[in-house]
Design a protein around this ligand. Structure first.
Ligand SMILES: Cc1cc2nc3c(=O)[nH]c(=O)nc-3n(C[C@H](O)[C@H](O)[C@H](O)COP(=O)(O)O)c2cc1C
Length: 322
């Protein structure tokens, strides 16, 4: 399938051009299944399953719940391809068995998975934070790019979507997915206007009852606005957006910086790993006004988009003046 065909095929199957972004300790099979059933794509990070056996159970559950439905295959698995991640081979073996249509790579070169995912007909989308990484991923042969822009929850990019999408579009005509504070139908529409194909939305879905988080995290999201988010590398050594109050509660000194600390994904669920008690969220957090199911969030985005179409038409009709 040529790269643009991936977009048109998905557009025929999806209700909205939205992928629920994979989030560590947040996305599990229920969030993925609910997303697919709501007409969008759900994605989860493989490391969220505490063991390889649990990962196999999750893949079984996702596959059997969606099998022979209109939503079959509308999910993706996110793999850490960083060299320090010790479950990589075992996870890739499961990917070869369950054959997800889409594999999303993060924090490293997608080269490690490309041939083996392509061998069973799967597509690889690589998550990138700058144009250099995007070019390298395209040269390596990925099927789509995920541009992580400023304002994203968790590990964030530093470039605004306004600049990043247009720069990448100048050299790449394949599928472009964009993450970073995409909170509403307005932001999804803005991405499409910029030339992107899909929105990658994380924060908006964290508080859904289908996620793995606890109710204190949900309440903090509902109570937070943009100014409650802090960008810091204190937790993992990589710049990420966090709910400030959760870092303070966990005893992090926000004035200290880990700077060049090497990220380490070995024993990811180990007791020594600071990020498991800290809560991430992006700049679009104020769109979380209450706890709503995935289906309700998707419904409200769809309603908002319908209204937006007519207001936008009216606004655009004003311009240009000559
Ligand atoms: C708490 C949290 C954890 C995340 N964990 C992961 C992860 O494990 N793997 C990954 O590729 N991206 C991860 N992300 C990033 C998301 O996939 C995505 O880039 C981001 O949520 C998009 O920005 P938004 O949250 O503003 O919508 C995480 C994001 C959040 C908020």
């Amino acid at each position: 399938m040529a790269n643009r065909d991936i977009v048109s095929t998905l557009y025929n199957q999806m209700r909205l051009p939205v992928i629920v972004a994979p989030m560590f300790l947040i996305s599990g099979p229920d969030l993925v299944i609910a997303s697919a059933k709501a007409g969008i794509i759900g994605c989860f990070p493989a490391p969220n399953a505490r063991t390889i056996d649990v990962l196999e159970e999750w893949l079984d559950k996702i596959e059997s719940e969606l099998k022979d439905t209109a939503y079959e295959g509308m999910w993706a698995m996110n793999m850490i391809v960083h060299k320090s991640y010790d479950r990589f081979e075992a996870e890739l073996a499961l990917v070869e068995r369950y054959k997800p249509k889409f594999v999303v790579t993060a924090l490293g070169s997608p080269k490690r998975v490309l041939d083996r995912v392509h061998a069973f007909g799967g597509k690889v989308f690589a998550d990138v934070i700058n144009a250099e990484q995007a070019k390298k991923a395209v040269e390596a042969g990925v099927d789509g790019l995920i541009l992580v822009c400023s304002g994203a929850g968790g590990h964030t990019g530093k470039y605004t979507a306004f600049a990043f999408v247009e720069e990448v579009r100048r050299f790449y005509d394949g599928p472009i997915i964009v993450g970073g504070a995409i909170q509403s139908a307005k932001s999804i529409t803005a991405l499409l206007a910029l030339g992107a194909d899909f929105a990658y939305m994380g924060t908006r879905f964290i508080s859904c009852p289908e996620s793995l988080v606890n109710d204190d995290y949900r309440s903090m999201l509902v109570d937070s606005t943009m100014s409650d988010i802090v960008t810091s590398d204190v937790v993992s050594g990589v710049m990420a957006n966090w709910l400030k109050a959760s870092l303070e509660k966990s005893g992090f000194d926000l004035k200290s910086s880990k700077g060049s600390t090497e990220i380490d994904f070995s024993d990811i669920h180990g007791e020594g790993k600071a990020w498991k008690d800290t809560w991430g969220a992006g700049h679009g957090v104020s769109a979380t006004e209450c706890v709503e199911s995935v289906a309700d969030v998707v419904d409200s985005l769809a309603v908002e988009l319908k209204t937006l179409k007519s207001t936008l038409n009216d606004k655009l009709a004003e311009w240009p003046k000559a």
